[in-house]
Ligand binder design. Sequence first.
Ligand SMILES: Cc1cc2nc3c(=O)[nH]c(=O)nc-3n(C[C@H](O)[C@H](O)[C@H](O)COP(=O)(O)O)c2cc1C
Length: 325
Amino acid sequence: MSLLEVLSKPFPLISAPLAGLSDLPFRLINRQFGCRYAFLEMIHARSLTYENIKTLDLLRTEEADMPLGLQLLGDEGPFLKVAIELLEKNKYKHDVLDFNAACPIRKITCKGEGAALLKNRRKLSGLIKILVKNSKVPVTVKMRLGWEDTVKAVDIASSIQDAGAQVVFVHGRTKLQGYSGDIDYAAIRKIKKKLTIPVVASGNILDPFLAKKMFEQTGCDGILIARGGLGNPWIFKQISEFLLNGKVVASPTVNEIARIMKIHLQLYMGHYGQRRGLWNFRKFFVWYTRGMNNIKQLRCRVMHVSSESDMLLVIEDFKQIASSN
Ligand SMILES: Cc1cc2nc3c(=O)[nH]c(=O)nc-3n(C[C@H](O)[C@H](O)[C@H](O)COP(=O)(O)O)c2cc1C
């Protein structure tokens, strides 16, 4: 099923691109809980063209990880073109090519990339046209509502559509807001009203109620689950059940959380090898145990774990502690 087909179903839930986080293990876990579409980690067009092993590793996928979107970052047309050629030559399995006009990080925006493109609509349009002309798969764009205010949000979204994008993903904050502050639902709604292509909304989708609010207040065609899914793959099922059937799904039991942690750990070690797998899993342990009492000591212990068996012991101890919460 392609992204456009996913978006034609009721209440599509998409796993957001998350640099450094939305790797294959993360996506596979989310897909077990009803995530119908996911994004690879963002890839810089220029680094892709250098065919650096670390960059190519971000593209690792498998059959169970479909359908899948790939997001490119950059502001140089020739590199975007070569990046597409390389992706097509190697038959990568993404069915959508997304372009990042949303990343607020200074080391990216100071080069004119990511959210900086929101300040230069002509350049943004030109880059999208290059992507559309060269890509065999549909091009989509992820934008924010603006740099410091939302005055131009509709104009930016319209020029993205006019340049040939087939879907727009809108993070309902400005660049200046970074990752905090209120979501401007009204601004997303204005974009949805103006555009004819699907609009997928992002921002603060942390539970089923906020998901419902996003659909109701913006009229969007789908939503992106981002930070709400960290250590919480159950959110996909909870939101689906709530929106489709009005059911409130109970929070996962301690045993269920431990079961998924173990699967996540195995996937990580299989993907990255033991050392890096354990290292990467530590932050997820913190997310899986978010909001729980008496867990501080265990979180400190997890930072010093150096073997799989020690990590499994930490998870067993987590079961004991969390059950007595
Ligand atoms: C750690 C982190 C990494 C992110 N990486 C990307 C990225 O590579 N590309 C992108 O378009 N958005 C990225 N985002 C933005 C998210 O996709 C999402 O739009 C944003 O976090 C708002 O949703 P939330 O408030 O539900 O987290 C990232 C966000 C976070 C927190």
